[in-house]
Design a protein around this ligand. Structure first.
Ligand code: SF4
Length: 403
């Protein structure tokens, strides 16, 4: 086995990066971030495919406002991708994201970089310095006579120097290029120069299978040298394929354990009807020794749970002291709250043997949907349609952008 490079540790929400923690898989949504429901569905599909951290673009005010609603309902930490406008970084932090990605080639005014880093420092949020070969600062391009590994590393170092000026050090770095040998060289140089955790990727790798080969060539080479703390496949494909590829690579290299039941759970926002962590832990325990290759979701409320986790083979969502079971997003049965885990196990075993279609066919889906609708309406009456008080955050986002 190869020795991993020793790096500092940071946390992106509840996920640790660097410092010997498991290497994580990242991906990026392709929906418009303002499309809250569509983005959440994609995030759940990504989480089910093995994605640990997801990035959403925050390119306009509507995206920041969408993030205010998405973040409390996302099962995995969210990083806002910022391009040209530093105010979008401030707005994304207001929305509650778990981290930012800044491209030093795009936001170049030192006062803007420092304003973002100061705010991130005060909120204890990490920033990835995402250097991209395709959008390198033109002055560095000129200085090095083109795109070189040293130019990309210098771009990252310049950004770190601005961060240091305001005492900000919760940093990850990436130096991505679409040229594999160039990207490998840049990461090797960075690994020699700093102990900051590194996010690996080959940018614009293209569609599979060529994109998969390219990305694997770059990422696997570095991982086998012990370099890299988190990875992303950038494919011209459904992002679920990126997450799957990342996960499979880590498993193939023995860097992440193979899973049996892939249990995903919602983060339990203001709508939660049960202690999601407790139920998820109980379910985890119940499935521990069962070799069931299924994705199973534990969701805090029936208002959004079955829709958010519609990609899962099986799931359960709480509501009004009852558990609503769903298969591929279709409501199939209702059980008392204290029988949720037992019911999950029974349905999971049935699906494992007969498949999801047979599970849907054996259910009275009309009745199950009617019951779910009843509980959904009652919960909406009780808590209103803004249980996460996203509107308050949106007011703050508007003030941030107007100032
Ligand atoms: S409680 Fe409901 S809305 Fe909140 S994150 Fe869980 S499933 Fe989504």
């Amino acid at each position: 086995m190869f020795e991993r490079r020793t790096t500092r540790q940071i946390n992106v929400g509840k996920v640790l990066v660097g410092g010997g923690s498991p290497i994580t898989v990242q991906s990026m949504t392709t929906t418009k971030t303002a499309d809250v429901e569509g983005t959440l569905q994609q995030i759940y599909a990504l989480a089910a495919a093995g994605c640990d951290i997801v990035r959403c673009t925050c390119n306009e005010q509507e995206a920041a406002e969408g993030l205010a609603q998405i973040v409390p309902r996302s099962p995995i930490p969210i990083i806002a991708d910022i391009h040209h406008q530093y105010k979008m970084a401030l707005a994304a932090m207001e929305a509650g994201v778990h981290g930012l990605r800044l491209n030093p080639g795009n936001i170049r005014k030192p006062e803007h970089i420092k304003a973002v880093a100061s705010e991130a420092r005060d909120r204890n949020l990490p920033i990835r310095i995402g250097v991209n070969g395709g959008s390198l600062d033109p002055s560095l391009y000129e200085k090095y006579g083109g795109l070189t590994a040293a130019a990309m590393v210098e771009s990252a170092m310049q950004e770190i120097a601005y961060f240091n000026e305001v005492d900000f050090n919760l940093i990850k770095i990436s130096v991505k290029a679409s040229n594999v040998p160039l990207m490998v060289e840049a990461y090797r140089m960075l690994a020699d120069a700093t102990d900051i955790p590194l996010h690996l990727g080959v940018t614009e790798a293209g569609p599979p299978p060529a994109g998969l080969v390219k990305a694997t060539a770059g990422i696997a080479t570095l991982l086998l040298e012990g370099i890299g703390d988190t990875i992303r496949y950038s494919l011209t494909a459904d992002p679920v394929e990126e997450a799957r590829a990342g996960r499979q690579l880590l498993e193939a290299l023995g860097l992440r354990e193979r899973k049996n039941v892939d249990l995903i759970a919602c983060p339990s926002c203001g709508r939660a009807e049960v202690d999601v962590i407790e139920i998820a832990n109980k379910a985890m325990k119940a499935f521990e020794d069962k070799k069931l290759p299924l994705q199973i979701a534990v969701m805090g409320c029936v208002v959004n749970g079955p829709g958010e986790a519609r990609e899962a083979d099986l799931g359960i969502a709480a509501g009004n002291k009852r558990g609503h079971l769903f298969v591929k997003g279709r409501n199939v049965a209702v059980v008392p709250e204290d029988e949720m885990v037992e019911a999950l196990v029974e349905w999971a075993e049935f699906i494992n043997e007969h498949g999801t279609d047979a599970a849907i066919a054996r259910a009275d889906t009309v009745k199950a949907e009617r019951e779910a609708q009843r509980d959904r309406s009652e919960l909406l009456n009780e808590k209103g349609d803004d249980a996460n008080r996203a509107q308050e955050k949106i007011v703050e986002i508007r003030k941030t952008i107007e100032n």
